[in-house]
Write a protein that binds this ligand. Sequence first.
Ligand code: SF4
Ligand code: SF4
Length: 174
Amino acid sequence: MPKFVDAVKGFGVTLGSMFKRPITEGYPEKPGPVAPRYHGRHQLNRYPDGLEKCIGCELCAWACPADAIYVEGASNTETQRYSPGERYGRVYQINYLRCIGCGLCIEACPTRALTMTNIYELADDNRGDLIYGKDKLLAPLQPGMQAPPHAMAPGTTDDDYYLGRVTPSQEVPR
Ligand code: SF4
Ligand code: SF4
């Protein structure tokens, strides 16, 4: 008999809740908004002509308190250029099993290559897919951008890139 009473009580809670206004989010059909400065998935940015901003310096990896970033830099050549200047990030990985979203890595980046988006859907069903490489982290090519490797805009130096003087059309306003 007590079990029966418990069951009736339980259904009472269910029935009582059925007629209340729902306060749940409509996720995942309607993902909720986040604050503009929310620390979501990282992004590796590009210059307006498509060259990569990352110079493979590893400062982000050294700044990370969770040891979540792995970088291997390499040298650009005139025929294989991925970024302005000498070096680029040949391998770049962020392990989202470790990342705590603190943002110290983006503060450490000297070229603003690394920023964080508002994307928060980072769950997966296996560990390997939560290690994001350049294929997932690099910003998509925008109109006017060309996929590296390619040469720097004619007559420019890496300073011109850093100072924002290179446009998508590869002209350098002086
Ligand atoms: S947000 Fe913090 S924990 Fe995540 S990769 Fe950057 S420094 Fe590491
Ligand atoms: S993302 Fe920034 S700090 Fe990290 S290796 Fe690239 S340039 Fe250096």
